[in-house]
Design a protein around this ligand. Structure first.
Ligand code: GAR
Length: 202
Protein backbone atom coordinates (compact mmCIF):
# COMPACT_ATOMS: atom_id res chain seq x y z
CA UNK A 1 0.00 0.00 0.00
CA UNK A 2 1.26 3.50 -0.85
CA UNK A 3 2.10 5.97 1.92
CA UNK A 4 0.76 9.47 1.59
CA UNK A 5 1.70 12.62 3.48
CA UNK A 6 -0.68 15.57 3.60
CA UNK A 7 0.89 19.02 3.99
CA UNK A 8 -1.46 21.60 5.54
CA UNK A 9 -1.16 24.92 7.36
CA UNK A 10 -4.72 25.73 8.42
CA UNK A 11 -8.22 24.43 8.81
CA UNK A 12 -7.76 20.98 7.29
CA UNK A 13 -11.12 20.32 5.67
CA UNK A 14 -9.36 18.63 2.74
CA UNK A 15 -7.30 16.64 5.21
CA UNK A 16 -10.56 15.45 6.80
CA UNK A 17 -12.01 14.52 3.40
CA UNK A 18 -8.90 12.42 2.69
CA UNK A 19 -9.08 10.76 6.14
CA UNK A 20 -12.73 9.92 5.44
CA UNK A 21 -11.93 8.43 2.02
CA UNK A 22 -9.15 6.29 3.53
CA UNK A 23 -11.31 5.11 6.45
CA UNK A 24 -14.23 4.18 4.22
CA UNK A 25 -11.92 2.14 1.97
CA UNK A 26 -12.62 4.36 -1.07
CA UNK A 27 -8.96 5.32 -1.06
CA UNK A 28 -6.65 2.36 -0.64
CA UNK A 29 -3.65 4.17 0.82
CA UNK A 30 -2.00 4.71 4.16
CA UNK A 31 -2.23 8.26 5.49
CA UNK A 32 1.21 8.09 7.09
CA UNK A 33 1.90 11.67 8.00
CA UNK A 34 0.56 15.18 8.39
CA UNK A 35 3.23 17.82 7.81
CA UNK A 36 2.16 21.12 9.35
CA UNK A 37 4.12 24.36 9.71
CA UNK A 38 1.72 26.15 12.06
CA UNK A 39 1.29 25.15 15.70
CA UNK A 40 -2.10 26.94 15.87
CA UNK A 41 -3.61 25.16 12.86
CA UNK A 42 -6.95 23.43 13.38
CA UNK A 43 -5.74 20.54 11.20
CA UNK A 44 -3.52 19.38 14.09
CA UNK A 45 -6.55 18.54 16.25
CA UNK A 46 -8.09 16.65 13.33
CA UNK A 47 -4.92 14.59 12.92
CA UNK A 48 -4.73 13.80 16.64
CA UNK A 49 -8.37 12.74 16.71
CA UNK A 50 -7.78 10.41 13.79
CA UNK A 51 -4.44 9.13 15.09
CA UNK A 52 -2.46 10.38 12.10
CA UNK A 53 1.21 10.96 12.86
CA UNK A 54 2.15 14.63 12.90
CA UNK A 55 5.38 16.32 11.87
CA UNK A 56 5.12 19.90 13.14
CA UNK A 57 7.92 21.65 11.27
CA UNK A 58 8.00 25.38 11.94
CA UNK A 59 10.07 27.61 9.68
CA UNK A 60 11.22 29.77 12.62
CA UNK A 61 12.88 26.76 14.25
CA UNK A 62 15.35 26.51 11.35
CA UNK A 63 18.03 28.97 10.33
CA UNK A 64 17.39 28.61 6.58
CA UNK A 65 14.71 27.44 4.17
CA UNK A 66 17.00 24.60 3.14
CA UNK A 67 17.33 23.32 6.70
CA UNK A 68 13.56 23.63 7.16
CA UNK A 69 12.97 21.54 4.03
CA UNK A 70 15.68 19.04 5.01
CA UNK A 71 13.75 18.61 8.26
CA UNK A 72 10.61 17.83 6.26
CA UNK A 73 12.44 15.42 3.95
CA UNK A 74 13.84 13.55 6.96
CA UNK A 75 10.27 12.96 8.17
CA UNK A 76 9.14 11.89 4.70
CA UNK A 77 11.98 9.36 4.40
CA UNK A 78 11.38 7.96 7.89
CA UNK A 79 7.77 7.35 6.92
CA UNK A 80 8.59 6.03 3.41
CA UNK A 81 6.24 8.56 1.82
CA UNK A 82 5.32 7.84 -1.83
CA UNK A 83 3.03 10.81 -2.48
CA UNK A 84 2.92 14.35 -1.08
CA UNK A 85 -0.54 15.92 -1.06
CA UNK A 86 -0.54 19.69 -0.56
CA UNK A 87 -3.83 20.76 1.02
CA UNK A 88 -3.65 24.41 1.95
CA UNK A 89 0.08 24.34 2.72
CA UNK A 90 0.86 28.02 2.57
CA UNK A 91 4.55 27.78 1.75
CA UNK A 92 6.28 27.65 -1.59
CA UNK A 93 8.52 24.61 -1.82
CA UNK A 94 11.98 25.19 -3.27
CA UNK A 95 13.08 23.93 -6.68
CA UNK A 96 15.39 21.44 -4.92
CA UNK A 97 12.53 20.04 -2.86
CA UNK A 98 10.26 19.72 -5.90
CA UNK A 99 13.05 17.96 -7.81
CA UNK A 100 13.65 15.53 -4.93
CA UNK A 101 9.99 14.44 -5.15
CA UNK A 102 9.44 15.10 -8.84
CA UNK A 103 6.14 13.64 -10.11
CA UNK A 104 5.13 12.74 -6.57
CA UNK A 105 3.72 16.06 -5.31
CA UNK A 106 0.18 17.16 -6.05
CA UNK A 107 -1.69 20.31 -5.08
CA UNK A 108 -5.28 21.49 -4.94
CA UNK A 109 -6.11 25.02 -5.99
CA UNK A 110 -9.52 26.68 -5.52
CA UNK A 111 -9.85 28.08 -9.06
CA UNK A 112 -9.64 26.95 -12.66
CA UNK A 113 -5.91 27.30 -13.34
CA UNK A 114 -4.26 29.12 -15.03
CA UNK A 115 -6.82 31.70 -13.84
CA UNK A 116 -6.59 33.15 -10.34
CA UNK A 117 -3.28 31.80 -9.10
CA UNK A 118 -2.14 32.71 -5.60
CA UNK A 119 -3.33 32.56 -2.03
CA UNK A 120 -6.77 34.24 -2.41
CA UNK A 121 -8.18 32.55 -5.48
CA UNK A 122 -11.82 32.25 -4.40
CA UNK A 123 -12.05 35.91 -3.37
CA UNK A 124 -10.16 37.03 -6.47
CA UNK A 125 -12.53 35.14 -8.79
CA UNK A 126 -15.58 36.43 -6.90
CA UNK A 127 -14.41 40.04 -7.04
CA UNK A 128 -13.39 39.80 -10.68
CA UNK A 129 -16.98 38.92 -11.52
CA UNK A 130 -16.41 35.69 -13.44
CA UNK A 131 -19.55 33.60 -13.94
CA UNK A 132 -17.72 30.27 -13.72
CA UNK A 133 -14.84 29.23 -11.49
CA UNK A 134 -13.82 25.90 -9.98
CA UNK A 135 -11.14 23.64 -8.58
CA UNK A 136 -7.90 22.27 -10.03
CA UNK A 137 -5.78 19.35 -8.85
CA UNK A 138 -2.36 19.39 -10.47
CA UNK A 139 1.15 18.03 -10.23
CA UNK A 140 3.56 20.48 -8.63
CA UNK A 141 6.47 21.70 -10.72
CA UNK A 142 9.04 24.41 -10.14
CA UNK A 143 6.60 27.27 -10.81
CA UNK A 144 3.77 28.11 -8.43
CA UNK A 145 0.24 26.92 -9.37
CA UNK A 146 1.58 25.75 -12.72
CA UNK A 147 2.22 22.00 -13.11
CA UNK A 148 0.30 19.51 -15.31
CA UNK A 149 -3.42 19.40 -14.56
CA UNK A 150 -4.88 16.12 -13.26
CA UNK A 151 -8.55 17.02 -12.67
CA UNK A 152 -10.69 20.14 -12.80
CA UNK A 153 -14.32 20.78 -12.03
CA UNK A 154 -16.31 23.96 -12.44
CA UNK A 155 -18.94 25.83 -10.48
CA UNK A 156 -21.26 28.65 -11.56
CA UNK A 157 -21.33 31.89 -9.61
CA UNK A 158 -24.96 32.95 -9.38
CA UNK A 159 -26.04 36.58 -8.86
CA UNK A 160 -27.34 35.76 -5.38
CA UNK A 161 -24.09 34.08 -4.28
CA UNK A 162 -22.12 35.70 -1.47
CA UNK A 163 -18.38 35.08 -1.13
CA UNK A 164 -19.18 32.64 1.67
CA UNK A 165 -21.66 30.75 -0.49
CA UNK A 166 -19.04 30.47 -3.22
CA UNK A 167 -16.43 29.25 -0.72
CA UNK A 168 -18.83 26.53 0.41
CA UNK A 169 -19.47 25.41 -3.16
CA UNK A 170 -15.74 25.31 -3.90
CA UNK A 171 -14.90 23.30 -0.78
CA UNK A 172 -17.63 20.78 -1.57
CA UNK A 173 -16.03 20.16 -4.95
CA UNK A 174 -12.55 19.97 -3.41
CA UNK A 175 -13.59 17.30 -0.92
CA UNK A 176 -14.79 15.09 -3.77
CA UNK A 177 -12.09 15.88 -6.34
CA UNK A 178 -8.99 15.48 -4.15
CA UNK A 179 -9.62 11.90 -2.98
CA UNK A 180 -10.51 11.04 -6.59
CA UNK A 181 -7.20 12.44 -7.92
CA UNK A 182 -5.19 10.73 -5.16
CA UNK A 183 -6.91 7.46 -6.04
CA UNK A 184 -5.91 7.81 -9.70
CA UNK A 185 -2.29 8.41 -8.70
CA UNK A 186 -2.24 5.46 -6.32
CA UNK A 187 -3.65 3.12 -8.94
CA UNK A 188 -0.92 4.22 -11.37
CA UNK A 189 -3.50 5.66 -13.75
CA UNK A 190 -1.85 9.04 -14.33
CA UNK A 191 0.55 9.32 -17.24
CA UNK A 192 2.28 12.66 -17.67
CA UNK A 193 3.38 13.72 -21.16
CA UNK A 194 4.79 17.23 -21.05
CA UNK A 195 1.99 19.46 -19.80
CA UNK A 196 -0.73 16.87 -20.39
CA UNK A 197 -1.91 14.23 -17.95
CA UNK A 198 -3.52 11.21 -19.53
CA UNK A 199 -5.90 9.25 -17.31
CA UNK A 200 -5.47 5.58 -18.12
CA UNK A 201 -8.45 3.22 -18.08
CA UNK A 202 -8.65 1.00 -15.00
C1 GAR B 1 -8.30 24.97 0.08
O1 GAR B 1 -9.40 25.68 -0.43
C2 GAR B 1 -7.19 24.88 -0.94
O2 GAR B 1 -7.67 24.80 -2.26
C3 GAR B 1 -6.49 26.19 -0.70
O3 GAR B 1 -6.45 26.30 0.70
C4 GAR B 1 -7.65 25.75 1.22
C5 GAR B 1 -7.31 24.89 2.41
O4 GAR B 1 -8.49 24.54 3.07
N1 GAR B 1 -5.19 26.23 -1.29
C6 GAR B 1 -4.69 27.30 -1.89
O5 GAR B 1 -5.27 28.37 -1.96
C7 GAR B 1 -3.31 27.10 -2.50
N2 GAR B 1 -2.97 28.18 -3.35
P1 GAR B 1 -8.53 23.39 4.14
O6 GAR B 1 -7.40 23.71 5.15
O7 GAR B 1 -9.87 23.48 4.78
O8 GAR B 1 -8.28 22.08 3.45
Amino acid sequence: MKNIAVFASGRGSNFSAIVKAVKSGKLRARLSLLVCDNSKAAVLGKARKNKVRIALVKREDFSSKQEFEDGIIKNLRENKVDLIVLAGFMRILSREFVRAYSGRIINIHPALLPSFKGAHAIKDAFEYGVKVTGVTVHFVDEKTDHGPIILQDSVRIMPKDTLMALENKIHKIEHRLYPQAIGLFIKGRLKVKGRKVEILKS
